[in-house]
Design a protein around this ligand. Structure first.
Ligand code: DGY
Length: 321
């Protein structure tokens, strides 16, 4: 019998779908995600594995799974946790789940933008700490986003969805990306493409929507952060390692940047202690795609990818090394 391993609890209908095809399905059901040793034991002898972004899929993982493994279906759009070359070398197909989570992720990015510019985190902390407050004319004033320019690093589906939300709030849209934003969105949103350094130095808000690759690791590094406009904001719902987190913390602590709202971290789930004490930072625990509808769609798509490969069909979302 073919065996499908799922490294994290997923919605029951997705499991039923995997089982309906006659495969044995083993789901990790501990209260915590499996640690490395548990993960390597779990995948032993699997024909297919559904993984999440915290599972490192490398030569060791593939070796532990063994020669039956045909497909690793990541339940995420990002796939920086997968060594695609190692998969290809063993003839293992790797897949992801694009196209189903861009609205959810853009919703969160836009929510974070409002939260940080309107100082929502500070207000919440103040109330929960029981500190006295009264309505005052100059109390906890944030900044309007209307008329400001958002600079998107990456203009794929998520960046474009973020641009739509920002445009609806009368922001101007600029972006730096490998490929121009697709039409008709680019024209509809009046989105202006520009070189990365110019974008970083000229926009009021920088929001990251690029995958993590060797080319985008620390794309917002200390040097670029130093060129940002005084009073600018940073939003990150992409991957933590796209930003030099420590350099960002320093720029926020000095007051040169007005604020940052982060959903992802360089050493997730660890967070640089320098960020934790800052009032002008909103921190979320990687919730970009975390709504029931989106996670269900992601799990269904990952299941579809795995089942396709097991049935000898091309996977809808096969990744190339
Ligand atoms: C992804 O799909 O890459 C997201 O980070 C998951 O929320």
């Amino acid at each position: 019998m073919t065996r499908i391993c799922v490294t994290d609890a997923i919605p029951e209908p997705s499991i039923a779908r995997l089982r309906a095809s006659g495969h044995e399905v083993i789901v990790h059901d501990g209260p915590q995600p499996p640690d490395r040793a548990e993960l390597l034991t779990l995948v032993e002898g699997a024909d297919a594995v559904l993984t999440v972004l915290s599972d490192r899929v490398d030569a060791e993982f593939l070796e532990a799974a063994g020669p039956r493994l045909k497909v690793v279906a990541n339940i995420a759009a990002g796939h920086d946790n997968i060594d695609l070359a190692a998969c290809a070398a063993r003839g293992v197909v790797a897949t992801n789940t694009p196209g189903v989570l861009f609205d959810a992720t853009a919703d969160l990015a836009f929510g974070l933008l409002l939260a940080v510019t309107r100082r929502l985190g500070e207000g919440e902390r103040l109330i929960r700490a029981g500190r006295p407050w009264r309505y005052r004319t100059t109390f906890l004033l944030g900044h309007s986003i209307e008329g400001k320019t958002i600079g998107l690093i990456g203009a794929g589906q998520i960046g474009t969805a973020m641009a739509r939300r920002c445009r609806a709030f009368r922001m101007s849209i600029a972006y730096a990306a490998e490929h121009p934003m697709r039409e008709p969105a680019r024209t509809e949103l009046d989105a202006v493409g520009m070189p990365l350094d110019e974008l970083v130095a000229s926009c009021d808000v920088i929001s990251l929507h690029c995958p993590l690759t060797e080319g985008t690791r620390h794309i917002l590094d200390a040097g670029r952060i130093a060129t940002m406009r005084p009073g600018a904001y940073v939003i990150n719902t992409a991957r933590g390692a796209c930003i030099d987190e420590h350099a960002l913390a320093q720029a926020l602590a000095s007051g040169r940047l007005a604020g940052a709202a982060l959903d992802v971290y360089e050493n997730e789930p660890e967070i640089d202690p320098a960020l934790l004490g800052l009032e002008n930072v909103v921190l979320a625990p990687h919730l970009g795609s975390a709504n029931v509808e989106t996670r269900t769609a992601m799990c269904d798509l990952a299941a579809e990818n795995a089942l396709a490969v097991l049935a000898g069909r091309p996977a809808p979302n096969a990744l190339r090394p």
